[in-house]
Design a protein around this ligand. Structure first.
Ligand code: OX2
Length: 834
């Protein structure tokens, strides 16, 4: 690699390289310099927003110095790299994370105080980077943190949406979506106007025979859109490794305007072309676990895959290695099927452009990719219509057909007797219109396929990928149970708990090796420790109560049992079960004598989460929760015994306040539907207990923390199919208590009953697909057990401490090490010593 500054001048250069600040004075100096010169503000007009910006810019400078060194080190050493392709990165705020990861938060706090600002107020100024829907996008963000913290040479590749997930407002109990324009001031990204890729769409394929008689193909005459790179530095915790998240933004290829059109007077149409190009990266599709087959979404997917692969191949080619070396240098992980087009795209690059033979290319492709599946829900499995793909990506469709042909020939050779098998496993579904099954393409083009929790990884082998286990054998399939970064979800969200733990474990090393937490069990009987543990939980509940008061205007008693369910609103996640349970509790309470009521444990039931804008049933559930809250919260007769809160606009920064404040959180999906869940881990790591079904990672959480420390209920995954069948064809009885709840809704107690007819009928008349009625009795019973258990605060506290001590397994560091070893075959690259 050649440096641009010649050898003799390098010493001078090095003398001028900025040094990172190490004192509060140096930090203050940098911050004020940025406020006065970068932002053109002064001490006369520096509000909290400007103070945030100055602080962020000072930290950005620090990250960039480490980022440059990390990238140089990678370029010189040229290790195998992992490229994580995800259409979503749900990052949340960056400043607090940057301060903690570089270990300079205390310096900044003091420096800001000297300038007259409080750290807490400054942190709150930042807009969340909300480029994701839920668990899948947040997982990608936790993985970036872990990859940098463990010094893996890793890149994230995504799209730079101008609008992230919408902001949610609740108006008259209904969800209203407001656009999330977040780029007004974003100091965490670096536009790289010099790093661009031209991306083609539409056009046609020309085929010919070359001099050697070899069949050649070229994709031509398409429309070109330009991809521009925006880089986001990802600092590791307590290491100088700072990795790169590269997000692509779309732009018209002719620069600002198409000059020809512009000059010939077609001003409007030239502006329209530009806008059309920019539409590609304009907005994140707001669906979680649901695919709708929109053309623009397919464009997004190809745009991002093609730009990322061009970049990866360009980096590889600079090293002048042979193509056979590609999989030894490059691992690409597909976060669900959204980036599956990267598979035919790499095959196209190798065959059409680099001139490799089909088989040689295909062997490189399959060694390079790994595919993570995140769902078995049929409505979330991506399929693209063949006519659409033919129109938008004609050459890729041909390549997909050829991949399919080779694959089906292989299957036919090995299973000559099974005639139906070919139709079942074909990448092309023979429907009207024909569809490309993206999960099959991802699986066939990858060397490993993994699920995200044990139960889920078992389920994919017996359901959606069953035939492929026979074809490839079981070794192609593996499990990597999800995890979360303890930096954000313990240290940042719950600093007091993190410090209390550190005081017992001799420092914060557990943030780098979460298994160390097990040593906490020694202190489970330590009186002072217990007292402080309990005080911290209470303080976190007070913090949340304050937030509820400020945002919803409702006062809640922080000594009540806080019962929280926050996640995307989805029928399979069963917020409806929760709210029906709340109504049941309300009815019971109303029928109790005053003496009985005195024995009750006061409860605050808190919901939060967004519904996809087109998901009517999910919106109905939000509406019901708000209506029920309106009635119960204003019922004087109930008082503090029961409150129902719907927290507006649930997002990452709100989760950081919510997760440390639960006594109980709810993870109550129909068994077999939630692939893993990750908020379950966040709540337990912060000392909350959980009520859950035997689903996803709940099962492994139970195994780790012990059955006596979790409240499990409900039917098992293996029984779901039979139950569904019996609903439709057997004689089927609705749960009587649930029936009473429905009667109350139908009476109009919670407003216009007609608004909830479809919700009730789904259960009463249309087969209760999500088994709400089947699980209702055991759900309510388990909540009674929770009430009883909560009365014994000492035992509850023991459960809380013991659970945290046993949560070491659920660090995303453990996941990333597993991926690195079993799928990516990569090693950490330690930063160079100063
Ligand atoms: C989510 C899954 O629903 C959730 O169970 C899992 O924890 C998370 O991914 C991370 O693995 N879209 N979102 C998911 O799957 C899909 C598809």
């Amino acid at each position: 690699v050649e440096a641009s500054i010649p050898e003799p001048q390098r010493e001078a250069w090095k003398k001028f390289t900025p040094k990172p600040f190490t004192t509060k004075e140096e930090f203050g100096k940098e911050t004020v310099r940025h406020i006065e010169t970068t932002l053109a503000r002064s001490l006369w007009n520096c509000d909290e927003g400007a103070a945030y910006s100055g602080t962020a810019l000072a930290f950005r400078d620090r990250l960039i110095l480490d980022w440059n060194k990390t990238q140089q080190n990678q370029t010189f050493t040229d290790p195998k790299r992992i490229y994580y392709l995800s259409l979503e990165f749900l990052m949340g705020r960056a400043l607090d994370n940057a301060m903690l990861n570089v270990g300079a938060k205390d310096i900044a706090r003091e420096g800001l105080a000297d300038l007259g600002f409080r750290m807490e107020d400054i942190i709150k100024q930042e807009h969340d980077a909300a480029l994701g829907n839920g668990g899948l996008g947040r997982l990608a963000a936790c993985f970036l943190d872990s990859m940098a913290s463990l010094n893996y040479p890793a890149w994230g590749y995504g799209l730079r949406y101008r609008y992230g997930i919408f902001k949610q407002e609740i108006v008259d109990g209904y969800q209203v979506e407001v656009p999330d324009y977040w780029l007004d001031f974003n100091p965490w990204e670096f536009p790289r106007h010099d790093i661009t890729v031209n991306i083609q769409f539409y056009g046609s394929v020309r085929k010919w025979q070359d001099e050697d008689g070899k069949q050649q193909s070229a994709w031509e005459n398409g429309e070109i859109v330009q991809a521009v790179a925006y880089d986001v530095p990802i600092p590791g915790f307590s290491t100088s490794t700072t990795n790169n998240l590269r997000l692509w933004s779309s732009k018209a290829s002719g620069g600002e305007f198409d000059f020809q059109k512009f000059n010939s007077g077609e001003y409007e149409s030239s502006v329209a072309d530009q806008q059309r190009a920019e539409t590609i990266s304009a907005v994140l599709y707001p669906n979680d676990n649901l695919e709708r087959g929109k053309e623009l979404r397919l464009k997004q997917q190809y745009f991002w895959c093609a730009a990322s692969l061009f970049d990866i191949v360009r980096r590889f080619k600079k090293t002048k290695r042979s193509w056979a070396d590609f999989p030894n240098q490059v691992a690409i992980q597909l976060n669900d099927t959204h980036p599956t087009l990267a598979i035919p795209e790499l095959q196209r690059i190798l065959v059409d452009i680099e001139g490799l033979d089909w088989d040689e290319a295909w062997s490189i492709v399959t060694k390079t990719f790994g595919y993570t599946n995140h769902t078995v829900l049929p409505e979330a499995l991506e399929k693209w219509s063949v006519p659409l793909m033919q129109w938008l990506l004609p050459r890729h469709l041909q390549i997909i057909y050829d991949i399919n042909l080779h694959f089906l020939q292989f299957v036919e050779r090995n299973f000559p007797k099974d005639r139906d098998l070919l139709g079942r496993v074909s990448i092309i579904e023979e429907s009207q219109p024909k569809m490309v099954r993206m999960a099959y393409l991802a699986l066939i083009g990858s060397h490993k396929v993994n699920g995200v929790a044990e139960l889920h990884s078992d389920l994919i082998k017996t359901t959606i990928f069953r035939d492929f286990v026979s074809i490839y054998g079981p070794d192609k399939f593996t499990n990597v149970t999800n995890g979360i970064t303890p930096r954000r979800w313990l240290h940042q969200a719950n600093p007091r708990l993190s410090d209390l733990i550190a005081s017992k474990l001799g420092g914060h090393d557990f943030l780098k090796d979460l298994t160390i937490l097990h040593k906490l069990e020694q202190y489970v009987d330590d009186k002072d420790f217990r007292k402080e543990w309990q005080e911290i939980k209470h303080a976190n509940k007070v913090r949340l109560a304050k937030h509820i008061k400020e945002t919803q205007g409702i006062s809640v008693n922080p000594s009540a049992l806080f019962d929280i369910q926050v996640k995307r609103i989805h029928e399979y996640k069963r917020q409806q079960l929760n709210i029906f349970g709340v109504i049941h509790r309300y009815l019971q309470l109303k029928s109790m004598a005053p003496e009985e009521r005195k024995k009750l444990v006061p409860r605050v039931v808190i919901f939060g989460g967004k519904a996809a804008p087109g998901y009517w049933m999910a919106k109905t559930v939000i509406h019901l929760i708000n209506k029920v809250g309106g009635v119960i919260n204003n019922d004087k007769d109930v008082g503090d015994l029961l409150k129902v809160i719907f927290l507006e606009d649930y997002n990452v920064s709100k989760a950081e306040i919510i997760c440390p404040a639960s006594d109980i959180s709810e993870h109550i999906s129909t068994a077999g539907t939630e692939a893993s869940g990750t908020s379950n881990m966040k709540f337990v790591l912060n000392g909350g207990l959980i009520i859950g079904t035997c689903d996803g990672a709940n099962i492994e959480i139970t195994r780790e923390i012990g059955e006596s420390n979790i409240f499990l209920f409900g039917n098992l995954a293996e029984d779901v199919e039979d139950l569904r069948h019996s609903h439709l064809y057997g004689d089927y009885q609705l749960d009587p208590a649930l029936n009473k709840v429905f009667d109350e809704i139908k009476k109009g107690t919670f407003g216009d009953a007609g608004a909830f007819t479809a919700l009730i009928n789904g259960i009463v008349e249309h087969g209760d697909y999500y088994l709400v009625s089947d699980d209702f009795a055991s759900y309510c019973k388990t909540h009674e057990l929770i009430d009883e258990a909560y009365k014994n605060q000492e035992e509850w506290l023991t459960k809380s401490i013991t659970s945290v001590a046993r949560m070491g397994f659920f660090s995303s560091d453990r996941c990333i090490d597993e991926y690195a070893e079993t799928i990516w075959n990569i090693e950490p690259l330690m930063p160079e010593k100063e």
